[in-house]
Design a protein around this ligand. Sequence first.
Ligand code: FAD
Length: 339
Amino acid sequence: MTVNEIDQLQTYEVVVVGCGGWGLAVLKVLQEMGINALGLERGEICHNLTTYMPAMTVHSPLPYIVLDPDDPLLAQQGDDYHSTIEELIQSYVDFAEKYKLPIKTHSTLSDIQGQQGNFVISVREKDANTRYKAKLVVLATGAYDKPNLLSIPGEQAPTVHHYFAEWQHIRNQRLLFIGGGFSSADGITALCPFNEVLWVTNKPLDAIEQTLHDQKTKWGQPDAKLLNTEILPESKVYSLADKIALIQTPDGKRQWLFDQCFMLLGHRPDEPLLQRVLGDDTSHDESTFESKTKPGIYLVGALAKKHLEHIGLTDKLCPGNEGVRHIDNVINAIKNQLI
Ligand SMILES: Cc1cc2nc3c(=O)[nH]c(=O)nc-3n(C[C@H](O)[C@H](O)[C@H](O)COP(=O)(O)OP(=O)(O)OC[C@H]3O[C@@H](n4cnc5c(N)ncnc54)[C@H](O)[C@@H]3O)c2cc1C
């Protein structure tokens, strides 16, 4: 691009990429500071959360995760309530509308060129490509772009799922769940009443029992029950080809025919995009969240710390939130640059 062309681009002080909980929170605080900002989102608001089952519960109680202290759900359900993913998405969408946050949906970041004070941001929109200029960029793109895999045959087949798309209609099937985390526990308890489930995990049985116990006691699902489910702890699946799971258990090899498999081993960010934008070193300063190699670009939210302690919101957005206030550090760093 020529210098002239760059000068004509629409210009913002801050462009925030990704409008999940973190992107929205940052946009709101920037708005309060009178900073001219734009949010870009590749899908609809909270696109990543929509790839989970709507009925899954969020592990932090409401005051730690909603963005609006006047959230109607908070008034209705109280401080100890654990919202469902569906309720959380609705709360975030309402928040964005209520404060008229400046967001362009269906706008996917594809590259960032230039440097602090003069970034050129390339974006794919529905029907065209466009560019914006910004002094600073906040990357709030989350950690859910690529699923972690096992490098085993069959794991990319259409009957092997790494997210929960179209799960609601699954009935009378043989379901294989791989992975001993919360997503498996939540998915199995939702689907086991209507299906036959085999749950394979490399964790020991007492770790699984603890997860199920936490699900009832800490995460607001006292009625969660395992029905029609066999658990294979300390086991590994080594093939999923032809809808036959080959499993190594402590007692020997097992085979299990499945209709659908949920392989839930966590996700990771879009590394090629990050490398394009930041270079080979994609690390960030632990206190300001600024990229170590590209000053002026901040990596926040689940992108920076996969397991955030209660999403790390600001006291100002949510006075009841006693979680770690990561967002305050980011905002202070931005303030120092702009004001
Ligand atoms: C069942 C469940 C329970 C959870 N419970 C908790 C909890 O109790 N406490 C907690 O803190 N966290 C919890 N989490 C994790 C929670 O999802 C994250 O903490 C939170 O979503 C992180 O928000 P984020 O804004 O960083 O990322 P995300 O919510 O992942 O948002 C990132 C956004 O960036 C967009 N995006 C990505 N790439 C691009 C691109 N190239 N261009 C434009 N936009 C892009 C995505 O579409 C997405 O909308 C839970 C998650 C699940 C699934």
